[in-house]
Design a protein around this ligand. Structure first.
Ligand SMILES: Nc1ncnc2c1ncn2[C@@H]1O[C@H](COP(=O)(O)OP(=O)(O)OP(=O)(O)O)[C@@H](O)[C@H]1O
Ligand SMILES: CC(=O)N[C@H]1[C@@H]2OC[C@@H](O2)[C@@H](O)[C@@H]1O[C@H](C)C(=O)O
Length: 373
């Protein structure tokens, strides 16, 4: 019988809102048993520290460099992950010996795929020492060494989940609306095509933080009071990113928020919600076949305006839109689950990325192992 491993995935995403922790039992292939999930939010002071890390990282030319305070921030981030793991284990009546592996993403502070440079801070060796559990980390680098974009990595997991999508509908397209959005289309033949699809929540977060002092537009409440400004939306949707013949992965700073003079608060939030939805449909236009079903995960699915726009735009192409929950999944947990799944694939030497997902020359594995005991 295939051996299942118990792994915990740890994701601190581009939104920089906290650490997502999810447990998974899997063979790294078709068998996926989802366990508990817990989010550990960052308080504003640490979010601000992570934002300052992005500025410090701009000067990095070699991915081992840690200019300014970056080494200190990396250590603090890692210790916060160790604390999250311990709290998660305690909350669920588990001990470190119940866990075979941690899949550790760390925090992306710089992503320049055109220069084959991607930097995630997060010290896997320290995390292994602090938790006593084997850690697989740095899962993007090997993909880039082989000509890939270094992102997205979640598609291998989306493909495993696609086997459990109710009904026989294909192509099905998983969309993650995080800080940035990415999509994975899985065709009837099982062929996976995936890429970053555009700005997600980051622009909305930056807009409402600057102009209302709140970290995000809960439920899309602010957007619901505004109207779409077509000229402003066009500034984003006419970007060469959407028209290029090759799909490329995105850095958090590739799209910047509007200037304060471009809109008042609610119109800005409304327009950026529309941009998030329209970007996905626009990018999906580069898929080999139009999806018939979109399954939406990530925090953006909780913005009702983004979801309404997505439903409207997809309906024009005869496609349906479901939230991850309506399809039987957990939209908050999916990326952390993916990092657990990828960690198991890594120790088994299975590919993490494929030509159709990151543009890597050939399917490659990845990740670095730090032994915990
Ligand atoms: N209730 C809500 N209503 C509206 N938006 C929400 C809600 N909850 C979360 N979000 C949005 O989702 C974001 C977090 O999403 P998520 O955790 O999927 O992103 P991430 O994993 O950090 O990013 P990425 O996938 O790009 O790495 C928040 O910053 C916020 O904008
Ligand atoms: C370099 C990096 O961290 N990219 C993130 C970011 O956030 C969403 C999108 O851009 C995606 O490509 C990726 O994360 C997901 C988890 C991934 O690699 O699948």
């Amino acid at each position: 019988m295939t051996k299942l491993l118990t792994a915990i995935g740890l994701m601190s995403g581009t939104s920089m809102d906290g650490i997502d922790v999810a447990l998974l039992r899997t063979d790294g292939e078709a068998i996926v048993e989802r366990g508990p999930f817990q989010g550990f939010g960052y308080e504003k002071a640490f979010r601000d520290r992570l934002k300052s890390a992005l500025d410090m990282a701009k000067s990095i030319r070699d991915r081992q460099e840690r200019p300014g305070d970056l080494a200190d921030i990396e250590r603090e981030l890692t210790l916060r992950h160790a604390h999250a793991v311990k709290a998660f284990l305690q909350a669920h009546g588990l001990s470190a010996t119940d866990i075979d592996l941690l899949g550790f993403h760390g925090q992306t502070v710089l992503h320049r795929p055109d220069e084959a440079l991607t930097v995630q801070i997060g010290d896997g060796v320290l995390l292994a020492r602090e938790t006593g559990i084997d850690v697989v980390y740095d899962m993007r680098a090997n993909d880039m060494r082989h000509g890939g974009q270094g992102a997205p990595l979640v598609p291998a997991y989306h493909a495993a989940l696609a086997r459990n999508v109710p009904g026989d509908r294909s192509p099905v397209c998983f969309v993650n609306i995080g800080g940035i959005s990415n999509l994975t289309s899985i065709g009837r033949d099982g062929v996976i095509v995936a890429y970053d699809s555009g700005p997600g929540n980051t622009l909305i977060d930056q807009w409402v933080e600057t102009h209302a002092g709140i970290p995000f537009d809960q439920g899309g409440m602010i957007a619901s009071e505004g109207r779409v400004l077509p000229a402003l939306a066009g500034l984003y949707l006419d970007s060469p990113f959407f028209h290029a013949t090759h799909r490329r992965s995105l850095d958090r700073n590739d799209f910047l928020p509007p200037a304060g003079s471009d809109a008042e608060l609610s119109d800005g939030a409304r327009t950026l919600a529309y941009v998030a939805a329209a970007a996905i449909l626009k990018s999906a236009g580069h898929l080999p076949a139009a999806p018939v079903l979109y399954i939406i995960c990530g925090g953006g699915r909780l913005n009702r305006i983004i979801m309404a726009d997505l439903r409207d735009l997809a309906a024009r192409q005869g496609a349906d839109v479901l939230s991850a929950e309506d399809a039987g999944f957990d939209g908050d947990a999916m990326e952390a689950e993916a990092w657990a799944y990828l960690a198991v694939r890594s120790v088994k030497g299975l590919p993490l990325t494929f030509a159709g997902t990151t543009g890597v020359r050939e399917a490659v594995t990845g990740g670095v192992m730090a032994p915990g005991r």
